[in-house]
Design a protein around this ligand. Structure first.
Ligand code: 5GP
Ligand code: ZN
Length: 114
């Protein structure tokens, strides 16, 4: 998608602070971190929101979570814990319309979220 910020990261037009990349997935540091570790994990394929997911995306979505748990473990967060969040549309606060899994960790968090 030409106008999509995260597609520009996938294509290399914009260079993020990458922490993981493979055939299907890119993971990079959030530019405005909300925790000591704040990584965004995205599929390389453009999917605007969770509402657009189909069975064909099931494996890719699974890989987002597997990448998240590896990155969390690599940063010493498997024991202390961390939060995984995917916002969908306005009420959840989604601002970039290319799905991304937020990995947040390194501090205690409250529940429910705001
Ligand atoms: P959302 O609100 O859509 O769930 O999350 C979008 C996230 O993208 C936000 O946490 C925001 O800080 C992050 N973000 C927005 N623009 C950029 C950017 O240019 N680079 C990086 N690394 N993160 C960005
Ligand atoms: Zn995109």
């Amino acid at each position: 998608m030409a106008d999509c910020l995260f597609c520009k990261m996938v294509s290399g037009e914009i260079t993020p602070d990458t922490v993981h990349e493979d055939d299907d997935i890119l993971a990079f540091k959030d530019i405005n971190p909300q925790a000591p570790l704040h990584v965004l994990i995205i599929p390389k394929a453009h999917i605007a929101t969770v509402n657009e997911l189909s069975d064909a995306n099931a494996a890719t979505v699974g890989r987002l979570f597997l990448a998240a748990k590896r990155i969390a473990a690599d940063n010493g967060l498997a024991g202390p814990g961390y939060r995984l969040v995917m916002n969908c549309n306005a009420d959840a606060g989604q601002t970039v319309f290319h799905i991304h899994l937020h990995l947040l960790g390194g501090r205690p968090m409250t529940w429910p979220p705001g």
